[in-house]
Design a protein around this ligand. Structure first.
Ligand code: ATP
Length: 350
């Protein structure tokens, strides 16, 4: 049973195209992360799947059944909103019980199911409280419990962690991983945090301007980004992308030169900051650049170089105590770490 978006377009009355012929298909049981910059259409995709908005074109199917016109309450989908949308006058117990009450589940069964999901999310001690008496992390768990208690096949989460402080966010991320492994449900999770996407997803759908730019496992998105946009979006600091020219197997841009496996002509070369190596001695295979800025992000160090319009960032765990701004440093760009992009379109060449 798969979930499919088939050429789904969403145009709002003001003329904004939020989704542009989106084709996306995933299996039940996956943890799908929708990732992209602000305005790329992530929330819209969620709202269409939940049935809170209707598409302007295309269709959505679950298990081969067209659900495009099915009202939300008939879809097997629970949803967690960014602001949690808890009922402030109801207790935690009643908030979680709500989806069961509207489905006319018998009272003893409600008691059992609420307790079960509350234990799973470690909020069993707070069932009598009101939402205002909860911490951000606890409120977030209540919202997740309410989305899961009636056991929908799919749980949609639109930036559920964005209101939490950094530490709690990390903790909840681990909890969601645990929950997904335990429950065997489909999670569709919206974020613009690439680290969250990397750690949670079975597959990441990268959106840009309402279009799907890449849909792959996290490691493939990192190791083989489909184009310059994905390359620069995934990884911190971003991948270096350098515009230059290839002649006889050598790429040149300013003082940067390195051996490549590419045909002659313009090329955009990509290399991740953590894959550039410090060269102890100037050798034929290294490049010498002058350090512009040095930043310690313990235990790593960032060295940033400026060279004739190109900025190059290196991230290393080597000891850089002796390196200061203004100093020349030898760098090596290992061939196996290079990414080749079309100089004009930015699409990956191979
Ligand atoms: P964010 O990360 O900021 O939440 P997003 O990727 O979730 O962004 P959407 O909220 O899906 O993006 O919005 C996609 C585009 O559609 C944006 O340009 C947005 O301004 C526009 N949009 C969203 N809702 C409406 C609406 N009701 N009317 C008009 N335009 C809308």
């Amino acid at each position: 049973m798969a979930v499919s978006f088939k050429e789904v377009t969403k145009r709002f009355p003001d003329g904004t195209t939020a989704l542009d012929r989106l084709d996306l298909e995933f299996d039940l049981g996956e943890f799908i992360v929708l990732l992209g910059p602000s305005g790329s259409g992530k929330t819209t995709a969620c709202r269409l799947l939940a049935g809170l908005e209707a598409p302007s074109g295309g269709r959505i199917e679950i298990g081969g059944k067209d659900i495009t016109d099915l009202p939300p309450r008939f879809r097997d989908i629970g949803m967690v909103f960014q602001n949690y949308a808890l009922y402030s006058h109801k207790s935690v117990f009643e908030n979680i019980a709500y989806p069961l009450r509207i489905r006319k589940v018998a009272a003893p069964e409600i008691e059992r199911l609420v307790k079960e999901v509350a234990d799973l999310l470690r909020i069993g001690d707070y069932l009598h409280r009101k939402p205002a008496q909860l911490s951000g992390g606890q409120a977030q768990r209540v919202a997740v419990a309410r989305a899961l208690v009636w056991e929908p096949a799919i749980c949609l989460m639109d930036e559920p962690l964005s209101n939490l402080d950094a530490l709690l966010r990390l903790h909840m991320r681990t909890e969601l991983n645990r929950l997904h492994r335990k429950l065997d449900k489909t999670f569709v999770f919206v974020t613009h945090d690439q680290e969250e996407a990397m750690t949670l997803a079975t597959r990441i759908a990268v959106l840009r301007d309402g279009k799907l730019v890449q849909f792959d496992e996290p490691r493939t998105i990192y190791r083989r980004p489909a184009n310059r946009f994905v390359a620069e979006f995934m990884g911190r600091p971003a991948m270096n992308t350098i515009d230059g020219m290839v002649e006889g197997g050598v790429f040149r841009a300013g003082d940067i030169a390195c051996a490549v496996d590419c045909a002659d002509g313009p090329l955009m070369l990509g290399i991740r900051p953590e894959q550039i190596e410090l060269a102890d001695h100037a050798t034929t295979s290294s490049v010498t650049l002058t350090v512009d800025v040095k930043e310690a992000i313990e235990p790593d160090t960032l060295l940033i170089f400026q060279n004739r319009g190109n900025s190059v960032t290196l991230r290393t765990q080597s000891n850089c105590d002796a390196i200061e701004p203004g100093q020349p440093v030898g760098l090596r760009f290992p061939k196996e770490a290079l990414h080749y992009f079309d100089a004009r379109s930015g699409e990956r060449l191979r």
